[in-house]
Write a protein that binds this ligand. Structure first.
Ligand SMILES: Nc1ncnc2c1ncn2[C@@H]1O[C@H](COP(=O)(O)OP(=O)(O)OP(=O)(O)O)[C@@H](O)[C@H]1O
Ligand SMILES: [Mg+2]
Length: 435
């Protein structure tokens, strides 16, 4: 069982949390709730951010909090196009939080789910682009050195589809760097949250051994395997081995053929990344990146983020409209000032954007079934009715409706303006009569 979430749907939004105005709940993971928020900037403007609030049980755990703060401080030093920028970290009203850039789009899990639901295969060039861009982020983080040039030894530890964020502009960013270390404290995490992570663990991590950057190489190798195969690598069942046992054994079935050019070359790359003995694996994310880039160039399966963004908008533009409309309403409610209440409200879905022809004609894997990238028991896997992104998970599309009630301050200022208007009118008439 997971602990009760810190916030519930009935709690009012927007609300102030430190220097942030929380106005929407984007999702929830095993250890935190994710809010979309606006942060006032020094110049007086406001920017969209994500505030990750650690669940109260974990926030209150000293050992966990210390680990999280220590690691998130390192993560905040990462600054790269393929890494979600963390810019604030602290504790407010007893709640540990991390503030980071908002990525307007889907996580990879959600994208695959949508592809499966709409029977829209993810073209292989885009699948390869996702992994290449994620590898760029990993390579940067693994090689990051401190101010004295000493390697910081950053390992993500939780490279999985829910931590690969994809924007509607086609950008791919890894999130949750530095958070997974605290995650590894299995004794304080909800059991379901740990089980969910096992599906992307290297064998050494699943055995609880010390890990290095090569563990992230194995994890991204699993992501690549699944994107090519169109199914999950490890599947636990009630009677068979658990995900953790499967991860320890690391038995990798051969990939099915997708009739890709120079396919054995691609399969060899996946196999190399998924070698159980880490000394035989790619020695770094950079080595895997080079190999994959080489393959993509040779096989002419190159794709650009711009094209990927177009494809996303053509195929899933409706979700974009829903999320942007909900945000506009929330922003307007904040501008109005008085408290607005977020209520799950089944507003009719906006007109669907006519799907344009796929941007690529390259062969694409057809997902076998709807991918379950996280076990169904994971909290955020269940539909979250009060979040526009999560709300858009399944039909009917439910978006939050922000109901803003006019507050007393607004009514008071209207009365003053009315009185001033009447007074000016009387003066004008008196002047006319006097003339
Ligand atoms: N910076 C962000 N911008 C947009 N959406 C985000 C951002 N960070 C997280 N999310 C969304 O919130 C969801 C929940 O995130 P969270 O990190 O709490 O859980 P998780 O990734 O599923 O699990 P965990 O990271 O604990 O393994 C993500 O899957 C993603 O869809
Ligand atoms: Mg995450």
């Amino acid at each position: 069982m997971n602990p009760a979430p810190a916030q519930t749907a009935s709690q009012t939004l927007p609300r102030t949390f430190g220097r942030y105005q929380l106005f929407d709940r984007v999702g929830a993971g095993g250890m935190a709730e994710i809010y979309l928020a606006r942060a006032r900037t020094e110049l007086g403007g406001a920017r969209l951010v994500v505030v990750k609030q650690i669940l109260p049980d974990l926030s209150g755990n000293e050992q966990f909090a210390e680990m999280l703060i220590q690691e998130a401080k390192l993560a905040a030093r990462l600054n790269h196009a393929n890494v979600v920028q963390v810019f604030d970290l602290g504790r407010h009203e007893g709640v540990l939080f991390i503030a980071m850039d908002y990525v307007d789009g889907f996580d990879l899990n959600e994208l695959l789910r949508r592809c499966a639901r709409s029977k829209t295969p993810l073209p292989i060039p885009f699948a390869l682009l996702i992994v290449i861009e994620a590898l760029r982020g990993l390579d940067y983080a693994h090689r990051r050195a401190d101010d004295f040039g000493a390697p910081m030894g950053i390992v993500h530890r939780d490279v999985s589809p829910s931590n690969v964020l994809i924007s509607f502009d086609g950008e791919i960013k890894l999130c949750d760097f530095g958070i997974a270390r605290a995650n590894d404290m299995a004794d304080v995490l909800p059991e379901d949250a740990i089980k969910g992570k096992a599906g992307y663990m290297s064998p050494e991590q699943a055995r609880g051994e010390p890990i290095d950057a090569r563990s992230d190489v194995f994890a991204i190798g699993i992501v690549l395997w699944e994107l090519i195969a169109g199914r999950k690598l490890y599947k636990a069942s009630d009677t068979g081995p658990t995900l953790l046992q499967l991860a320890r054994a690391a038995e990798i079935p051969p990939l099915p053929s997708r009739d890709l050019p120079s396919e054995p070359e691609l399969h060899a790359i996946v196999e190399h990344a998924l070698t159980a003995d880490r000394d035989q694996r790619f020695a770094s994310a950079q080595a895997m990146l080079k190999a994959l880039e080489g393959y993509v160039a040779d096989a002419k399966l190159m794709a650009s983020p711009i094209r990927f963004g177009e494809w996303l908008r053509d195929n899933f533009g409706q979700a974009l409209i829903v999320s942007r409309k909900a945000r506009e309403r929330a922003a307007r409610a904040i501008e109005l000032g008085p408290a607005a209440v977020v209520e799950p409200y089944g507003t009719p879905a906006p007109p669907a954007v006519a799907p344009a022809p796929a941007a690529s004609t390259a062969p694409a894997p057809e997902p076998e079934a709807e991918p379950e990238q996280v076990p169904a028991s994971k909290p955020h896997d269940a539909p979250v009715p009060d979040a526009p992104l999560a709300g858009a998970l399944g039909p009917p599309l439910a978006t939050p409706e922000l109901v803003a009630a006019p507050g007393p301050a607004k009514r008071g200022s209207f009365a003053i303006w009315f009185a001033v208007g009447v007074l000016l009118g009387i003066v004008a008439i008196a002047l006319l009569l006097w003339k």
